[in-house]
Each structure stands twice: as C-alpha cells, then as structure tokens.
Design a protein around this ligand. Sequence first.
Ligand code: GLU
Length: 360
Amino acid sequence: MSIYTRIAVKIGSNVLTRSDGTLDITRMSALVDQIALLHKRGKEIVLVSSGAVASGRSEIRVEKKLDSVAARQLYSAVGQAKLINRYYELFREHGITCGQVLTTKENFASRTHYLNQKRCMEVMLENKVIPIVNENDTVSVTELMFTDNDELSGLIAAMMKMDALIILSNVDGIYNGNPADPASSVIPEIGCKDDPAGYVQATRSAFGRGGMLTKCSIAQKVAGEGIAVIIANGKREHILPSLLEDGAETVVCTRFRPASRPVSQVKKWIAHSEGFAKGEVHINAGAVEALRGDKAVSILPVGVTHIEGDFEKDDIVRIIDDKGSQIGVGCTAYDSREAATLTGRHDKKPIIHYDYLYLD
Ligand code: GLU
C-alpha cells in the first residue's frame, strides 16, 4: 500500500463533462466510488473539483447574450449547486458525508483567512467529512481569479500539508510532444527543476481553464514544496486506487519527484502569495550576501536601503537586491511608513523575520 496518507485529488472539468458540456454522472459516480474506497482504507482526502461553470451552462437557456463575466457568474451559481448536490448524494450511498468549501484567491492573501480555511478543512477531516473545494466563481472574476483549479489544488495541498496531490485530467499525463501524435509518449517522471517548456504542448482543454504547460509548472512548484504530484487520466477505470496500490509503477502517468527538503508551512504560504505583494523592500549588497549564506538570517533595517509601495504590517512584500532584481518575498513586521523611517538603523527588530521570508 501507498505511503501517502493525506491526498488532495483534483478533478478537472474535462473529466466530469461530456463533449456536449453536460455533467458526466457515470464518470462522477465512478470517481466517487474510488475516493470512497480510499477513504475506507483510512486515507484523508480533500477533493478539488471543477465543473461548476460547465455543469451550469447546460442547465440554462439565456434570453439575451451575456458578457463572459456575467455568464461565468450565472453558470457557476447554478452549476456549483448541481455539482455539490450530485457529490453529496453519491458519497451518501457509501455512508460518507462530504462538505463544500468555496474559496477565492483573496483568501490566500490574508493569513487570517488562510488559517480559517485550513482550520475548517482540518475539522472536516477530523470528523471524516470529505471537503470538496472549488473556487467561488460567482465572486472571483477577472484578475481576482486563480489561473485555474490546478493552481487552487496546489495551494490547498500546500496548506493542508498533503503527502500527495493527484491531478486528474482527460489525458494520461504530460507528453513529450503532441498527445495526438502516435510518436509522442507520456513522460513518467519530471524533477522540480527540469525545464519542460521545450516538449510540453501549450494547448488548453475545452472546458477547463488550465493548459498542460501551466499544469506542469504548478506541479513542479508543489513538488518543490515536498509534496508528490501525479498527473493521471481520470477517465481510466480504477485510476485512483491503482496509483496508490502495489504495482502503481506500471500505471501510465506523470510523477513529479518531491523535493527532499520541504519548506515550512508559513514559507509555503508566503511563496504562494507572491502575486499579492503590496510593496518592495530594497536591501544592500551586505544583506544580500548574508541572506545567501548558510545561516538563517532575517532582514534587519540596517540592511535596507529603501522601501517602495504602500503596505500594512503583515502584508507580503517583494525583496529586491542591490541590482534591482527580486530575490524573494516576505511578510513584513512594519507598515511601509514605519519601515521607511527605520531604514539603515541599527538595533531594531527585523523588517522581515527569517520565519516569514522565502528566497527564490
Ligand atoms: N472553477 C471552475 C469551475 O468549477 C473551473 C476552473 C478550471 O477549469 O480550472 O467550473
């Protein structure tokens, strides 16, 4: 049996929907059976499921043409209700309770929201309830959106200290060429630092937002945090148990080797929150050298040359070296006004403590 106990499973829209865009209940039911089996074997599963927009689209005939944001809001509002209702009934047949967690990118930007979400899912798992997570597509529109649910599943896997993240798509894994070309094959293993851009196809799937290249780079990022990532075909029979049972090495899929030195939870959150950075802390060459050394060092006011942007205490900021390049991100102990008054001064507590610092 597998060494993984806590597993995040991400199911893409393309796995759950038929070619006409309607929800594929047979597929959903087969996947629920598999998750139920793993649950009964003592695995803690968090399911990240797409399919809200796709399943809502087939429910409604709109009278007048909607813009893309309104359409997404309408379809997801209806589709998410339909999706979770299906899951609820399907899991209930196995005597398992599931619950819905809807989230937005903003919930990962604030540490309080982040911890609230985490605690919610922890209490669900403790009580043997399977969390079913999706983006709250009704409110997260345009620039507030996750790239796709692959990104969301990576954040959830990091947040919940998952042992593994299994991304189910409608292909067998990452191909070394165009999947339609018989000469190309699935790459069995990819390292966190490999550069896949040369051989991964950039085309997007029909109903989901993610493409293979983004899938691959998200998988590498998550593996870099010490979590095993597997991309496999959700349409294959018994795929989930077979990925975790003896003989799993013969299953066609792409596995991402997890990094051996995983980073702390706080650092994971900070690394993932980079997109929310509110300002910049510019540091001098001496501070850069200290950070690059073997010891764990914090960024002290004395090593800071100047502050840019307008931020509050506990916000995420970029760390910029003396050449103007970003070298990491961190969570600040001061707001931008106070930080600016402290630059260059000795005997002050760190602007960014080591525990809240993530170097690229
Ligand atoms: N949250 C979207 C949905 O449930 C899917 C996003 C994606 O395709 O990754 O419809």
